[in-house]
Design a protein around this ligand. Structure first.
Ligand code: OXD
Ligand code: MN
Length: 635
């Protein structure tokens, strides 16, 4: 092992770090890590550096520093704090986010925010030069997945934001022990983040120099002049992009999915489902359904372990959208957010004069003045463009540990993950997909359902809202190797798996002709319980051109059992009629999109979409534009 005391960065790091910090770094005996820390401390020039280990004392230092530096402020309830991101720093910033790849890789990654690696690195290194002057840089090790498991990936982040480090502390497992014991000392993800220059409110000033550059093959992400966690917290979406790339090379999967267990009390069994939904389409609410158990709400790694399809939650916390979390629709999370003693970071909600947080769709009256993402706020306040500023941002968030939830599944800690039996793909459309449909098999599920998933853009990304956009596997923003290869990897992943999970699509957003949602928010529970019965082969189904839908007689008792609601035949027929024209339009959009953006899209995918359109058109000539459930015969 190289003597790190003789490393070219040793004297610099010694001069910037306390003896305790330097000792913690050197004790790891990891030259690659040491060089990384040295290189970026040299480049970013912080006044000092702080090295964390897995101790509670270091977690407390981060928590305390975030308050002392005004990055977070205490709210009335014990353990609750508020952090504000700048007015124009309220969502992921796709325009500023680039995948840095070699020149050879560029042509196939054109539509995946790719940029020539050399050009990107040169550009961002100029911005990073001296960016941490006057600040303290924290070096924090974490682990994606349970430590020392077949899934785990060690991560190191250097950041000058204590809010970012505090978020990481809540959201991810501490990683010092993992780094100490991991076998391959060279394989880990590296992140550098700087909030840059700050204004009087502590918000990043130089948003024009906001960059999130992902050096994919070197597994480093450099993020500058921002604070919104989706842009700054390395282990969240940055690590996801790196993991997707790595999984493509190694033949596993990193998916934008929750993991939850549907509880069948009568049969005393739990069945694990994973689900991909674009942001703000009901993903967290599904993961957290009352009466079921949650393992994770956002990112899953899948591996074939001994012929089983197994998944872990990469995280141990939730960075959730708070809009519309209320006592009626999301009772579990609502209660958790009201409980003093839990460590919660709220972001971009209104702080009332009572020092309590208020958010959109909370179901209570909000104060008419307070502080929000625009500074001091009172009703009617307008921004510089004359737009009325709402009292809270629609992408305002909460950050908590998972184990506060009363329905946490202890299996979230299992090193071998959980056995997955169903995968759910959910989008947001008001007039196309039925509430739940099962794909005939894995391949068809991936090609026809997962790859054609679409959604309207939401406030989770900066830009125009409400635009219908393709969202293959709800993962488009994060796919970091050519789309065609990613699709193929998804299909191939199940080779050698003994029990391949069933694939479902769900849609909670069907509306009636007056624009009202057709089902209550918790109806998703009935859909999932139907899927659970299907996975175990315990209910029949009606064939549709694209799969199978529930029979009325199976859903009616589920509505009673799960929701204590009467489910009428009339509503059933409206919900489950197969809508041919919108499906043809959707498949046509998919063909156009992939022909334009994915030069390596496999021919098989294109021909399947085309033949499915033909099939739907033939069905239309036989059944008309809508097919009543139970009427369709597969020829
Ligand atoms: C998220 C997102 O915050 O997908 O999870 O934007
Ligand atoms: Mn997400």
């Amino acid at each position: 092992m190289a003597d790190l005391n003789r490393n070219r960065y040793a004297s610099l790091l010694k001069s910037k770090m306390s003896d305790a910090s330097f000792t913690k770094l050197i004790a790891l005996g990891n030259e690659r890590l040491f060089n990384f820390v040295g290189e970026y401390i040299e480049l970013c020039e912080p006044d000092c550096g702080y090295m964390c280990d897995d101790s509670d004392a270091d977690a407390e230092y981060i928590r305390k520093s975030a308050l002392e530096r005004g990055e977070e402020t205490r709210l009335s309830r014990d353990g609750h704090t508020i952090h504000y991101d700048g007015y124009d720093d309220q969502g992921r910033a796709p325009g500023a986010t680039k995948n840095l790849v070699s020149k050879e890789d560029l042509p196939l990654m054109k539509s995946l925010q790719a940029m020539d690696r050399e050009v990107g690195l040169a550009e961002v290194r100029v911005i990073l030069k001296g960016i941490m002057k006057g600040k303290e840089a924290v070096v924090k090790l974490s682990c994606e997945g349970p430590i020392l498991s077949p899934f785990s990936i060690g991560c190191v982040q250097i950041s000058d934001s204590f809010y970012v480090c505090h978020s990481e502390e809540l959201l991810y497992r501490r990683g010092y022990e993992h780094f100490m014991k991991m076998e391959n000392k060279d394989k880990f993800f590296r992140f550098v983040h700087s909030a840059g220059r700050l204004d009087a409110r502590g918000c990043s000033i130089d948003l024009d120099k906001r960059k999130i550059y992902q050096d994919l093959d070197d597994m480093i992400v450099l993020s500058t002049n921002n604070q919104y966690a989706g842009n700054s917290v390395g282990l969240k979406k940055h690590a996801m992009r790196l993991a997707i790339r790595l999984s493509g090379k190694e033949g596993w999967l990193c998916e934008h999915m929750f993991i939850m267990a549907v509880q069948n009390e009568k049969k005393a069994r739990a069945t694990y489902f994973c689900g991909a939904f674009p942001s703000a389409c009901g993903k967290t609410a599904t993961a957290m359904l009352p009466g079921e158990k949650i393992v994770g709400d956002d990112i899953a790694y899948f591996r074939n372990i001994g012929g089983e399809f197994r998944a872990v939650n990469v995280e141990r916390g939730i960075f959730g959208i708070i809009k519309d979390v209320n006592a009626e629709d999301d009772p579990v999370i609502f209660r958790t957010l009201q409980t003093p003693g839990h460590e919660v970071i709220f972001s971009n909600v209104l702080t009332g004069p009572d020092s309590l947080p208020y958010w959109l769709g909370m179901g209570v009256d909000n104060p008419k003045k307070g502080k929000n993402f625009a500074g001091d706020w009172s009703e009617g306040k307008r921004d510089s463009e004359g737009n009325v500023i709402p009292f809270a941002h629609s992408n305002a968030r909460y950050t908590i540990r998972l184990n506060y939830l009363e329905n946490i599944d202890p299996a979230y800690k299992d090193k071998n993950g959980v056995l997955v039996e169903g995968i759910v793909y959910g989008g947001r459309d008001s007039d196309t997909s039925v509430p739940i449909e099962e794909a005939p098999d894995w391949e068809s599920g991936i090609i026809v359902k997962a790859c054609t998933l679409e959604s309207e853009t939401t406030s989770a990304t900066i830009g125009q809202e409400g635009v219908l956009a393709p969202q293959p596997m709800a993962n488009l923003d994060f796919i970091s190797y050519p789309i065609g290869q990613y699709f193929t990897n998804n299909i191939r992943f199940v080779e050698g798996i003994k029990n391949v999970p069933h694939i479902y699509t769900v849609n909670y957003f069907l509306k009636d002709k007056d624009g009202r949602f057709l089902t209550s928010k918790l109806a998703k529970k009935a859909w999932l319980h139907w899927a659970e019965l299907r996975v175990h082969g315990e209910v029949g189904a009606y064939r549709t051109p694209l799969g199978y839908v529930p029979r009325y007689e199976d859903l009616k008792p589920l509505f009673r059992e799960c929701l204590d609601e009467d489910f009428s035949q009339e509503l059933y027929l409206e919900l489950f009629k197969f809508r041919i024209d919108p499906w043809v339009a959707k498949l046509t959009r998919a063909i156009q999109f992939y022909q334009k953006t994915a030069p390596d899209c496999p021919e098989k995918f294109l021909s399947t979409w085309k033949s499915t359109i033909d099939k739907l058109q033939q069905a239309k000539s036989k059944y008309g534009p809508f097919i009543e459930p139970g009427k369709y015969q597969e020829s």
